[in-house]
Design a protein around this ligand. Sequence first.
Ligand SMILES: [Fe+2]
Length: 289
Amino acid sequence: MTSNPNTPGIGLRLAHLAEMVATRPAAGWLEVHPENFLANPHAAELLTEVSLHYPISLHTVGISVGSANGIDHLHLKRVRGLADRLKPIFVSGHLAWSTYGNEYLNDLFPLPYNEESLQLVSTHISYVQDTLGQPYLIENPSSYVGFRSSTMKETDFLSEIVRRTGCQLLCDVSNVVVSAHNMVYDAYQYIDNFPADAIREIHLGGYTPEKDEATPGAELLIDTHAAAIADPSWDLYAYALRRFGPKPTLIEWDNEIPPLAKLLGEAAHAGEIAQMIDTKAEANHAAAR
Ligand SMILES: [Fe+2]
């Protein structure tokens, strides 16, 4: 692999930071959570060193565009400061809320999809983009519950925030697998409905099946990022690439983190799938001429 966002990359976590600096393995690009570096000068220094050799993307977990009480401006300014130093290829975050008042919650919570939340989220995304001085990518969440007050599909909600704010999208294919299983809908149909023109990035992450306590005999998929990419995610990824065309792709693994080589192997597999599809698309194109 060479360093190039067209080659799949990996989420770089603190556990692998020193090894990346020391060994500089081939990787397409790297994505980090800025929150891990804002109060850790040593890690920030190592990250700056890494950024000399790999394209970097910032994936925020603390900018809470779904919070009813607004965006933490100080936090956003700190992210902007890091972005000014690293010149990231993307800055992204989630269609979710994760703060309440001054509390930062260690989770991404869902919001109803209706006009009220559309207005709130759009205002916040525009504010984030104005402060960052660049487009913000919004990622589709992994879902476990829905709201009776929702009046639109998630993909329509995403289309509308793109239209209102000019933001871009990050399609997490594994989140689609997780949500489609838990919420009982067709993952492939979801990809068909996803606003393809706005996609700048794809995520793939591992999930964990767990017993559904509320429904005996049923199973939930939990978006743990604690496992290898499962076959349904690889299959949906191939389908998504056929529909969206080639997109920068990133492997996420945040818990029970494996050796760096294992992560790079997952990225290489994503690259093989992309290559196969590219080749097939070219072959089909050639056959049609
Ligand atoms: Fe993701």
